[in-house]
Ligand binder design. Structure first.
Ligand code: SF4
Ligand code: SF4
Length: 191
């Protein structure tokens, strides 16, 4: 058919098997209704969208998925899971894709999303909460856009929305313990 790309589905790929094992979700159950994407508050910056992620898994488009930033943008609000008529928890699919991507050291086309995610998690691990000023400055320096949004800093400092000093929550040891347990769990399976 002229003008139409026909993709031949591949046999079940290694990525799909890992995603199904780690997430406990069956990719084949998705019938592409698109309700997940329609409800996702950040679908407009995702490429592929949640529905397209499910289709890419069905078709075995591994490289396209691992190069995408979608799983690093998802913030686990669970709207997609709540709306899916096939009861697929897409949040868990996104989580599994992150895990595989991290373990294979895949670099998404838009590196900044993964960078922000990693810095966010490392802030939580270190302080038990987000140290906004430190996170913003480190993100800007490592992302090589040192002055991005810098014009917002004076106003936020004046309103007490940013602090120069990081504030730790009590019991950071317990939070580190959670992170250590997650690391140990991740080592159990190596996609
Ligand atoms: S809502 Fe469920 S069935 Fe519909 S496209 Fe999304 S994952 Fe597939
Ligand atoms: S959990 Fe992620 S993919 Fe699902 S609706 Fe929320 S942000 Fe979108």
């Amino acid at each position: 058919m002229p003008g139409v790309d026909v993709i031949t589905p591949k046999p079940i790929t290694e990525l799909r098997s890992w995603v199904e094992t780690l997430s406990g979700q069956k990719v084949a159950r998705c019938y592409q209704c698109g309700k997940c994407t329609a409800g996702c508050p950040v679908a407009y910056v995702m490429d592929p969208t949640p529905r397209q992620v499910m289709r890419a898994l069905q078709l075995g488009l591994e490289d396209e998925l691992l190069r995408s930033s979608t799983m690093w943008i998802c913030f686990y609000c669970m709207t997609c899971a709540a709306r899916c008529p096939r009861e697929i928890d897409i949040t868990k699919v996104m989580e599994a894709l992150r895990l595989v991507s991290a373990q294979r050291k895949a670099t998404p086309a838009q590196k900044d999303f993964k960078l922000f995610h990693n810095l966010f998690i490392s802030n939580l691990n270190r302080f038990g909460r987000i140290y906004e000023l430190g996170l913003g400055l480190t993100y800007n320096l490592l992302g090589k856009h040192p002055l991005s949004k810098a014009e917002l800093i004076p106003g936020m400092l004046a309103r007490g929305k940013l602090s120069f000093i990081p504030h730790r929550v009590k019991n950071t040891d317990r939070i580190r313990d959670i992170f250590n347990r997650i690391k140990a769990f991740e080592k159990q399976g190596k996609p």
